[in-house]
Design a protein around this ligand. Sequence first.
Ligand SMILES: O=C(O)[C@H](CS(=O)(=O)O)OP(=O)(O)O
Ligand SMILES: [Mg+2]
Length: 244
Amino acid sequence: MPSIDVCYSPELLHLYELEGKAVVAVDILRATSTMVTAFAHGATDIIPVMQLEECRALAEQGCLTAAERNGIKAEGFDLGNSPFAYMNGKVQGRTVAITTTNGTRAIRLSEAAEEIVVGAFLNLEAVAEHLRALQLDVLVVCAGWKGKFNLEDTLYAGALAERLQGEFEFENDATLASLYLYHAAKDDMVTFLRQSSHVRRLENLEIHKDIEFCLQHDTYNVLPVWKGDRLVDLKSLGVREFGN
Ligand SMILES: O=C(O)[C@H](CS(=O)(=O)O)OP(=O)(O)O
Ligand SMILES: [Mg+2]
C-alpha cells in the first residue's frame, strides 16, 4: 500500500526523500487555489517562479504576469493572487507566469519529486483520483507562511488524507494530526480559521470573499501537474464544474 505524509513547510523539505514520490503542493490562501481557478478559466499553462524579476521578464515571451507580495498585487504586473481576478476571461488561452510569497516557492522546491500536483480544496477529488491511479508514495508539501506552519494548508492535508484513508498508509503523526484538525474544522472552516494567522494578517485587505471561495470543495475538475518547466492541466482546458 502506498503512503501519505505531510511536510508542514518548504523549509523542512530537507528532512524528506522526494525521489520517486508524488508531491501535492498546496497553498490554500491563495496561490494554489488561484492556479486551479486559472486553469478552470482557460489558462493553457502556468509558470510558477520564485522572484519578481524573473516573473516580469516572462512578459517578453508573451506571458500574462501575476505577482503578489504580503497579500498585495505587486506593482507593474497584470494580475495579483485573488482567484476572482482569473474569472473574467483574461487568462483564456494564455500562459500565466506567477510569483507569490509562499505558494510558488513550495512548488519550485519540490522539483526533485517524480510528480508534482497542485492541490486545493477546489480540486480535491481530482487530485485524490489521480493519486489513487498513480500508486506512488505521496508527500503533501504545505506552503505555510514564510517558512512557518499554517492552519489552512494543514486542513487541506487532512481533507486529502480523509479521501485516501484505507487506500494509503499514514506515514507518521503529521498525517494523523492533519486529519484530526480537519475533522474538527470541516463543518465550518471559515469560523475555524477566523483566528488563523493568514486571516488575521489579511483582514484589512478585504479578502473574506477569497477565503470563503478557496475553502469550497470540489468546484473544479482540474489537475495541474508539473511538466518540464511549467504546470499544465491534465484534464485539459475550459470552465468545468466537477462531475461534468
Ligand atoms: O496572497 C496570499 O494569500 C498570500 C499572502 S501572505 O504571504 O500570506 O501574506 O500569499 P501565498 O503565496 O498565496 O501564501
Ligand atoms: Mg498561503
